[in-house]
Ligand binder design. Structure first.
Ligand code: AMP
Ligand code: MN
Ligand code: MN
Ligand code: MN
Length: 273
C-alpha cells in the first residue's frame, strides 16, 4: 500500500489546492492520504472528488508549546465538527493572526514595509504562516530563497522571529483525542533537540495521552529511521509515515514517495483500512 499521512494545501502553506493535491495523490497511486494543514481543516470545506480506491483521512497539524519549544502534533482521523477541536482551531487561527501582526511590526523596524498585507495576499485566504512572509521577502529581493529568509530573518532567534503562544502540548493532544482522532508527534528529529530532550519529549507526549510517532518523515537516512523505531518500541507508540508535502520539486518531501514503515512497527492506520 502507498500511504502518505502528512501533506499541505493552499489552506495553509502548501502550493496545491485541495482538489489538486487529491488529484496528484490519485495519479501517484496513493491508497491512503491524509491532508494535514497547519492549524486549519478548511481544505475539507469543499467537496473533494477522488476515486474510490483512494481513502482520504481528515487531518490537521497543530503547532504547540512544549518546554519552551514549538513542536507539531498531527491529528489524524479527527472529527472536525467536534466542539473542543473546533474551538481549538479557532484559537490557533487567532494566535496565527496576532503573530502575523507582530512579525510585520518587527519587519517594519527592519525597514520592510507593508509586509502584513503582502503576506496576507500570498496566503490567499489560507492560514497565514511564516512561509508567506518568506516568499514576500524573496519577491522583494531581501532574500535569495525562502530558506535563506528563515535563516536570516524569520527563524527562531532571528530579528523577525516572534514566539507564539500556541496551545500546550497536552491541550492539543486532548483536542485531537476527544474528537476521536489519533495524535501523532510529527517529525521528531526536526526540532533540534538533544538526545536527552527528545527522550523527555517522548515521555511527556506519552504521559499526556499521545498515541503515535511519525517514524518516517519524507526522505530520511536509515539510521534516523532505526533510532525512531527503537524509541517507538521502547515507549509503546504506534507509527506513522508521511512526506510533509508542500509543493512539487522538493525531493525530500515528495507526495506518495515515502519509505515504507519497517516491519516491526505497529502502523497507526490498522483500524482505518
Ligand atoms: P509557521 O508554522 O508559520 O511558523 O511556519 C513553519 C513552516 O515554515 C514549516 O511548516 C515549513 O513549511 C516552513 N519552514 C520552516 N523552516 C523553514 C526553512 N528553514 N526554510 C523554508 N521553510 C521553512
Ligand atoms: Mn509548512
Ligand atoms: Mn511540521
Ligand atoms: Mn507539515
Amino acid at each position: 500500500m502507498n500511504i502518505d499521512l502528512h501533506s499541505h494545501t493552499t489552506a495553509s502553506d502548501g502550493v496545491l489546492k485541495p482538489q489538486e493535491l487529491v488529484d496528484l495523490a490519485s495519479e501517484r497511486g496513493i491508497d491512503l492520504l491524509a491532508i494535514t494543514d497547519h492549524d486549519t481543516m478548511d481544505a475539507f470545506d469543499t467537496e473533494l472528488v477522488y476515486p474510490s480506491n483512494l481513502q482520504l483521512i481528515q487531518g490537521i497539524e497543530l503547532s504547540c508549546k512544549w518546554d519552551g519549544n514549538t513542536v507539531h502534533i498531527l491529528g489524524l482521523n479527527v472529527d472536525r465538527s467536534h466542539y473542543s477541536l473546533k474551538e481549538g482551531i479557532r484559537s490557533q487561527k487567532q494566535i496565527r493572526r496576532e503573530r502575523a501582526h507582530k512579525i510585520a511590526d518587527k519587519l517594519n523596524i527592519l525597514g520592510f514595509t507593508n509586509t502584513l498585507q503582502a503576506a496576507l495576499d500570498l496566503s490567499d485566504g489560507g492560514q497565514i504562516g511564516r512561509p508567506h512572509f518568506a516568499k514576500h521577502l524573496v519577491n522583494i529581493g531581501a532574500a535569495r530563497s525562502e530558506q535563506q529568509a528563515f535563516k536570516k530573518i524569520l527563524g527562531e532567534g532571528k530579528s523577525g522571529y516572534v514566539r507564539a503562544d500556541w496551545a500546550e502540548l497536552g491541550v492539543a493532544i486532548d483536542w485531537i483525542e476527544h474528537s476521536g482522532g489519533t495524535s501523532v508527534l510529527a517529525h521528531p528529529t526536526k526540532y533540534g533537540l538533544s538526545k536527552t530532550k527528545l527522550l523527555s519529549l517522548f515521555r511527556d507526549f506519552k504521559n499526556r495521552g499521545g498515541k503515535a510517532i511519525e517514524v518516517i518523515s519524507g526522505h530520511q537516512l536509515p539510521d534516523e529511521t532505526f533510532r525512531l523505531v527503537t524509541l517507538c518500541d521502547q515507549f509503546g507508540f504506534l507509527s506513522s509515515c508521511g512526506s510533509d508535502f508542500h509543493r512539487l520539486g522538493e525531493s525530500w518531501a515528495a507526495l506518495g514517495q515515502v519509505p515504507k514503515l519497517p516491519e516491526q512497527c505497529r502502523p497507526v492506520w490498522t483500524d482505518w483500512v
